[in-house]
Design a protein. Sequence first.
Length: 259
Amino acid sequence: MSVCTLHHGHAPLLISLPHDGSALPAGFEDRLTASARRVPDTDWHVSRLYDFARELGASILVPRFSRYVVDLNRPPDDVSLYPGQNTTGLCPTVQFSGEPVYRPGQEPDAEEIAARVQTYWQPYHTALQQELARLRAEHGRVVLWEGHSIRSVVPFLFEGRLPDFNVGTAAGASCTPALQARLAAVMDAQNDYSHVFNGRFKGGYITRQYGRPADGVEAVQLELAQINYMDEETFSYLPERAGPTAALIRRLLQAALEH
């Protein structure tokens, strides 16, 4: 069973889309609440939004299964990435709405969680590590770009409306100051989208774990408000919104590739 797909590019850029998957294993859906069966917390359509990156020579890693099976952007020991704040775990039992993921008594136990890590989490991270190593060996450096999206208003996680572009660099630890400055210059040069660096979303496990600027691996997470490319209620992709959004992401990726 393939749990992820990897497009091998030729540029020093790997785009990881760990929450793009929406599939559920056989029998899994029966354990979920009615609202969770829609897998509403998916980073809908990000692989479509980032499809242009192939033209830049980027490698692209995409999972098959929903974050409700296992969250690929959480540490395997499930230590909270945002201590003291509401968040969801390695095998989420709560939706971003605050509603339960599982019907009563259907939550996974420790043994099942360990099995999910082995079956779904580990292969993604193995692929990610191997591709980072390949690109770094070929180019001497590589940028890992974490592509994410989320509803623009999620009271369970944050107050008010989220900025359009939320760039996370683990408070500057996961990339060089020069790379962050180039990205900031791109965002400051436009007036169509609001943005913040290292706000509510500073970068998840992947950004923090693999971003090692001193070792030639720089990592950046972009958490995009979904209103900028899709209908947040129906989950429909809206090309008229997505086009300008993708164009700005392209400029960010081009800045990331500068060296």
